[in-house]
Design a binder for this molecule. Sequence first.
Ligand code: SF4
Ligand code: SF4
Length: 204
Amino acid sequence: MGLIRSIFMTELLMGMKLVFKQMFKPYCTLQYPHVRHDIPDGYRGLMSLLRYEDGSERCVGCSLCEAACPSNCIKVVSDEVPGQPLVRYAREYYLDITRCVFCGFCTEACPVDALAMTKVYEASVFDRRDLMFDKRKLYELGEQHLADGKAYLIAHNMDDGTLFPKEGLGDNRYSFPPVDLGEGERPVTVGLTREALEMELSKQ
Ligand code: SF4
Ligand code: SF4
């Protein structure tokens, strides 16, 4: 049998048959980098910092992103806005992308939606020190990929409609349904004295 196969080159013919069959089928590969996939809005690419529409920085230097980061790759140096002792900002902001696991926890922790992830996934460099992003680089990324950042916040349900009001976005943000306490019941409010709280509880 093996001899007959060798004489008639059946394996070769079977291979050629497969090649000709596939030759006329549509391509299933992309000619990267000339052709690229459409990246979904929720994609977690390089991080960016966003500004308000008047150009001012959103970040208030609260360090919640730093606390939420499981990789300890964020460092925020907070400071007072000169002349406004109650207003703070991030004087310095560092993000080590080489340690980032792209979990997005920092974006969720941010109370002012200053952080958003872009669709940028090509970050190779010759010097890994270039992947330690500082504040200037992060705001630059935010400006260059603002549409990505907005799409990211909407896709992850983080825009409440007040961040980008001109575009009428935020309809898909989750909000807790109103609580029906029923007749006669009253909520126990924060700030009651111990005696008042005990009285409230004794009524229930
Ligand atoms: S995406 Fe995750 S790992 Fe990366 S900086 Fe944010 S919290 Fe840290
Ligand atoms: S990016 Fe957001 S969470 Fe992080 S320091 Fe700035 S305001 Fe706070």
